[in-house]
Design a protein around this ligand. Structure first.
Ligand code: FES
Length: 227
């Protein structure tokens, strides 16, 4: 069945933006990643109007919902392209655009280096773990699954990419580091870059592909901060 694939294109040289539509003959319920891959593999790439088109720039790695590279906005919602499936019997069009809060490098590729920069500057990375209870271990394991895909930042009403507030992935990494090395520095960083800026909308938890319960990380950090 044919579907229209609308893609927000950004020229990597001029920075000009436009929507371009491609026709795609879908078999079954393909993932958005598969659709992008197959469109790019066409010998001659032309859009729906028959105009020659540039290959679509997008990122992927694992294609199993693990690495976070393929985070983008699909039909208006932030999601992983490899984990989002299109049902041609239910929709005749799919729209795909890059994450909106990050600098667009080209088409669906965005610069997410701000994520690493914040974590590095705050020294939010893990050294050695302390002994812990089974409950603590379970949450630590869950928090460690963070892909750094940026979907939580995309939906967060408080994160802008320019202020001090560093978002849910920062809170989870603070928790992980604190459970390894409970120094006051990491709690100070949590206070400066997270605690004061979170309005607890918890939209981050709804969109997280790894289902990380950031609220549990926040609660554990707040409890420790008081000690
Ligand atoms: S390609 Fe790794 S999460 Fe989609």
């Amino acid at each position: 069945m044919n579907i229209d694939v609308r893609i927000k294109r950004t020229d990597p040289v001029s920075g000009e933006t436009q929507w371009q539509t491609f026709e795609y003959d879908a078999l079954g319920k393909p993932s958005v990643a598969k659709i992008l891959e197959e469109i790019n593999l066409r010998e001659q790439l032309t859009d729906k109007d028959g105009k020659a088109a540039r290959r679509i720039s997008w990122e992927c790695s694992c294609l199993q919902g693990v690495c976070g590279a393929c985070a983008m906005v699909i039909d208006g919602r932030p999601a992983l392209a490899c984990e989002t499936f299109v049902d041609p019997s239910a929709q005749s069009e799919v729209s795909i655009e890059p994450l909106r809060k990050f600098h667009v490098v080209a088409d669906l590729v965005v610069d997410r280096s701000v994520i690493d920069k914040t974590l590095l500057e705050s020294e939010v990375y893990i050294k050695d773990y302390n002994e812990s209870s089974p409950d603590e271990f379970a949450h630590r394991y869950q928090a460690s699954k963070c892909l750094k895909c940026g979907l939580c930042l995309e939906v967060c009403p408080n994160w802008t990419g320019t202020g001090k507030f560093a978002g849910a992935l920062f809170a989870n990494d603070c928790y992980l580091v604190d459970s390894a090395d409970s120094s006051t520095e990491i709690r100070d960083e949590f206070g400066k870059h997270f605690a004061a800026g979170c309005s607890k909308s918890l939209s981050c938890m709804k969109v997280c592909p790894m289902k990380i319960e950031t609220i549990a990380s926040i609660a554990k950090m707040n409890r420790r901060k008081k000690r």
